[in-house]
Ligand binder design. Structure first.
Ligand SMILES: [Zn+2]
Ligand SMILES: [Zn+2]
Length: 152
C-alpha cells in the first residue's frame, strides 16, 4: 500500500482548494464544502459522528487563509471565519475529494474570493513537509488506475 501524501496544496484554485497527491491524482475541494467537513469537536460530535455545523450554516464566502502541516499525516486549515481547530488527515481528505472522477459530479465552487495573499505559515516549512510525501512516493508503486480507494 503506497503511502498517501499531498505534494502540493493550492489554496487559490478559484473557489476551491486544489491538492496534488503523490499518486498523481489532483483533488478539488470547494471552500464551503471543505469547511463543512471539519472534524473538530465543535463541528462534529465526538461520539456519534453527527455533523453539528452544516454546510448551509457556513458563510458562503468562507475561504482558507493558511494551511499548516500536522504531524506526517495531514494538515490544519485556518479559515477567514476564525475557525482553525480542524485537522484534515490525508486519508480523510482524499476520501472527500470532489473532483468528477471521485464524486461523480462537477464540484460546486463556492463564492469565496480568490486567495492571493501568502499563507501565514512559513512557505518553506510547508514545502519541506510536502516534499516528504514525494520522497515516499518515489519508492512505492501506486495503483496507476482507478482502484486507489478514491471513493472510500
Ligand atoms: Zn471544526
Ligand atoms: Zn478526486
Amino acid at each position: 500500500m503506497a503511502y498517501l501524501a499531498a505534494t502540493k496544496i493550492d489554496l487559490a484554485a478559484n473557489g476551491a482548494v486544489s491538492v496534488q497527491w503523490n499518486d498523481g491524482h489532483t483533488g478539488i475541494y470547494p471552500f464551503r464544502y471543505l469547511r463543512a467537513q471539519c472534524s473538530c469537536a465543535y463541528c462534529k460530535h465526538e461520539w456519534t459522528g453527527k455533523r453539528l455545523v452544516l454546510e448551509d450554516q457556513i458563510d458562503p464566502n468562507v475561504y482558507p487563509m493558511a494551511v499548516t502541516p500536522v504531524g506526517r499525516y495531514g494538515v490544519a486549515l485556518t479559515w477567514n471565519d476564525g475557525h482553525k481547530a480542524g485537522i484534515y488527515t490525508f486519508d480523510n481528505l482524499r476520501a472527500m475529494c470532489q473532483c468528477f472522477d471521485c464524486s461523480g459530479k462537477e464540484p460546486v465552487l463556492s463564492g469565496g474570493p480568490l486567495f492571493t495573499e501568502a499563507p501565514d505559515v512559513s512557505a518553506a516549512d510547508l514545502q519541506a513537509f510536502l516534499d516528504r510525501g514525494k520522497e515516499k512516493a518515489a519508492g512505492g508503486g501506486g495503483c496507476g488506475s482507478g482502484s486507489c480507494g478514491c471513493k472510500g
